[in-house]
Design a protein around this ligand. Structure first.
Ligand SMILES: Nc1ncnc2c1ncn2[C@@H]1O[C@H](COP(=O)(O)OP(=O)(O)OP(=O)(O)O)[C@@H](O)[C@H]1O
Ligand SMILES: [Zn+2]
Length: 730
């Protein structure tokens, strides 16, 4: 869309990501400026960057109006992204300045396109060849003629800078100017087109068709684990790229990107752009710029990739769309899956939500026809879905502090004997969730949080899973001082590994738990090692449930299938169903058939039966009916309000006042519950109190919430956070 322009001297509104964080009026600079231009403006004594957001609002007296200092030499922010940021800010009740910050989070974005001097080989041999000179030329040859700065080249060759200088002087190397940020290699949609099964081909054709529509097209791609969802949506990516447009694939976990990158390279002959916390700042800046200029076709990233300034976005894929890690739980509270749909609707492009176990929200959207739905009901090739059975723990003999039942033990032993892998799944990090003093009964808790400390035996520490604080395992009870009576209660994955080692002393046992790996790279390496057969038994937390392919894995044993059903969480049933089906789906993905065994004390629980029976649509219908009857999401809407502060009575009083002054909410027919102490009543020394607001699906919830919360003048020590569509109720 062509931007509105503002002649010199005219009032314009500029949004900056700095406090006070609102649109401020300035005078357009000499030469004028246009909507979306990145500009530098004076703010107090400083100069800060901002974006021309609209015409001035006229609040500042003309005599005090300051001028925009200059227009920056970067591509302006497009109308589509500005609209997205505004709408996302309104939806999440976040100040637009914070949204702008999400969209400009890489260093040096606003520097002018910089050049740097790169060295290339000319093919001319130097007068005299030395070993050092030969090494330099070898490095260049090894890298297929890529250019390096003189310093990089000297570093790679392990020689002094003078060697490179000498080669330049001799004409063997040539130094010339090149842009600092360069386009990524092109992906070729025709590079290695897969042969799809009939079902896959039909789904791929439907998605390709969506790409030709050039319009907002949301689709649920529902396929059982191992059915080839990735294969299918990559065809939509191919179509998008063939049309010269850009595609974005969101993944819930960095650990998944390694496998994904390899698949993209095999399919398209080159790697996509990568955007997540493991990417260097230099690469981030490059990717941001290339997104804006069209120098990247496909970006794979974590949720914040949604805020990249794509020049021509044609497709967004949200893989494993049910994954709760799409919800950002601190800072700006947003759900990347929902925001992806919002961005696609504004960009007028296709969005594919892929999952074997979609969220109820998405399932309902597909059932009501708001989203199209494509199904892949069978696994690819000869692979069958795993058989699923319950192990009734009430009928098993288990010693104290033992969690692997004889039935599960036998099954694992059989798999190891057959040269296959078994996965023992327990969604609990660490060694034991509770440390108790056998002398006085005291349970060791965090000093700053209302949480028990979790023993991590590898680190020899007790760790708070709320705030991350940790301390060494004490010898004496901190409450009664008695020594040697502290005992670990309950299992974590580390303790399971100990039990497994005692049962299968010859087996190679590996633990997959996010806290055991110092870097994303180390975790990726471990996953690759397991995939290649470097383990007999894998003990894992929910990190293993997500989209990994372990071809030798044929048995999944769930240590405690009841774990997730205990809470009163609105989504307890849904989450348990998703997690159990996903983790079971890791078994039997290649030729050999898979089996999943769920240890449970309640094999007749409706959710456990639904998991075992695999009657998914019946499960979703029952869940949907229950939520509809209760007016719960997605049939009604919720907002969580969390008040926190150092002084409990003050926090409670603020909550009570909010509850009393509920006029703006009553006006839209919404109800308020609370205040009540949050289930985790203290984090990092701050007391936490929650309120919950429930409204009809169509009620204008956000403006009412803004008006409601706006009545309160909070003291500086109190914080109020509003969580729209909360996923966590802690
Ligand atoms: N048409 C095909 N040709 C060759 N290989 C295929 C094809 N379809 C699927 N596969 C292979 O089958 C396996 C499963 O496919 P894929 O990972 O795409 O499934 P998925 O539905 O995304 O699985 P999950 O939901 O469990 O992550 C992969 O190893 C993939 O390469
Ligand atoms: Zn803590």
């Amino acid at each position: 869309m062509s931007g509105e322009t503002f002649p010199p001297g005219v009032r314009v509104g500029v949004l900056t990501s700095e406090p006070p964080g609102m649109v401020l009026d300035y005078r357009a600079p000499e030469g004028g400026c246009a909507l979306g231009d990145f500009v530098e403006v004076p703010l107090g004594p400083r100069r800060v960057a901002g974006v021309v957001w609209g015409p001035g609002e006229g609040r500042i007296d003309p005599a005090r109006l300051r001028a925009v200092a200059r227009v920056l030499d970067v591509p302006p922010m497009r109308e589509e992204l500005r609209a997205f940021l505004s709408r996302a800010a309104d939806y999440t009740l976040t100040p637009p300045a914070l949204m702008l910050r999400l969209a400009t989070r890489a260093p040096g974005l606003l520097d002018p396109p910089a050049m740097r001097r790169l060295v290339h080989a000319t093919g001319t041999a130097p007068d005299r060849m030395t070993t050092a000179r030969a090494r330099v030329l070898e490095v260049l040859a090894d890298h297929g003629g890529a250019g390096f700065t003189a310093a990089e080249l000297a570093g790679l060759a392990g020689v002094g800078a003078t060697v490179v200088k000498g080669l330049i002087a001799q004409g063997a190397l040539l130094e010339s100017e090149a842009p600092r940020d360069t386009a990524l290699p092109r992906l070729d949609p025709a590079h290695a087109v897969p042969v799809l099964t009939e079902g896959q081909a039909a789904a791929a054709a439907a998605l390709r068709e969506d790409m030709t529509a050039d319009a907002f097209r949301p689709t649920l791609l529902k396929g059982v684990t191992g059915s080839g969802k990735t294969e299918v949506y990559l065809e939509a990516v191919a179509e998008c790229l063939a049309r010269g447009r850009q595609a974005l694939v969101l993944l819930p976990e960095i650990a998944l990107t390694a496998e994904f990158l390899v698949r993209v390279e095999a399919r398209f002959g080159a790697r996509p752009g990568e955007w997540h916390s493991g990417v260097t700042q230099t690469e981030r800046r490059r990717l941001w710029k290339m997104a804006a200029t069209g120098g990247v076709g496909l970006v794979v990233g974590a949720r914040s990739a949604l805020f990249l300034p794509f020049r021509d976005l044609g497709l967004i894929v949200v893989d494993e769309e049910h994954d709760t890690s799409y919800k950002q739980e601190d800072g700006v509270l947003y759900n990347a899956r929902d925001m992806a749909v919002l961005r696609a609707s504004i960009a007028g492009c296709a969005v594919v939500l892929a999952s074997a176990t979609p969220s109820l929200e998405t399932w309902v959207n597909a059932a009501t026809g708001r989203y199209a739905r494509l199904d892949l009901p069978a696994r690819f090739g000869t692979a069958e879905l795993p058989q699923m059975r319950a192990i009734d723990l009430r009928a098993e003999r288990l010693a104290a502090d033992r969690w692997i039942s004889p039935t599960l033990q036998q099954a694992v032993t059989a798999r190891i004997a057959a040269g296959e892998q078994a996965l023992l799944f327990l969604n609990r990090r660490g060694y034991a969730p509770v440390t108790i003093c056998r002398a006085c009964g005291h349970q060791i808790g965090c000093d700053d949080c209302d949480a028990r400390l979790v023993e991590h035996r590898f680190q020899r520490r007790l760790v708070c899973h709320q705030c991350g604080a940790s301390k060494p395992l004490p010898d004496a009870c901190p409450a009664c001082g008695v020594e040697g009576r502290l005992a670990a209660v309950g299992p974590g994955v580390e303790r399971m590994a100990e039990e497994a080692a005692s049962l299968w002393s010859e087996a190679r046992i590996r633990i997959l738990s996010s806290d055991l790996f110092a870097s994303a790279r180390a975790l990726k390496a471990e996953i690759a090692l397991i995939a290649e057969g470097g383990a007999d038994i894998i003990i894992g937390t929910q990190i293993v449930a997500k989209g990994h392919n372990f071809p030798l894995l044929t048995l999944v044993g769930v240590i405690d299938a009841d774990l997730g059903l205990q809470g009163s969480d609105l989504r307890a049933a849904e989450r348990t169903f998703q997690l159990m089906r996903q983790v079971s789906g890791r078994a039997g993905r290649a030729e050999r058939p898979g089996l999943a065994l769920l240890q449970t004390h309640q094999p007749d629980h409706p959710v456990i039966r639904a998991i075992l029976g695999g009657e998914e649509d019946a499960f979703w219908r029952a869940e949907a009916d229950a939520r509809r009857a209760a007016g719960m999401p997605p049939f009604g809407r919720l907002a969580g309000i969390i008040l926190s502060g150092p002084d409990l009575p003050a926090v409670f009083e603020a909550g009570a006042e909010l509850a009393r002054r509920d006029g703006p909410l009553r006006a839209i027919g919404a109800q308020v519950w609370g205040p009540a102490p949050a289930p985790i009543a203290r984090i990092r020394g701050r007391h936490r109190v929650r309120l919950l607001v429930k409204a009809d699906r169509t009620a204008p919830l956000q403006p009412a919430l803004a008006a409601w919360a706006g009545q309160l003048r909070l003291p500086a020590t109190l914080r109020l956070a509003i969580d729209i569509d909360p996923q966590s109720f802690l």
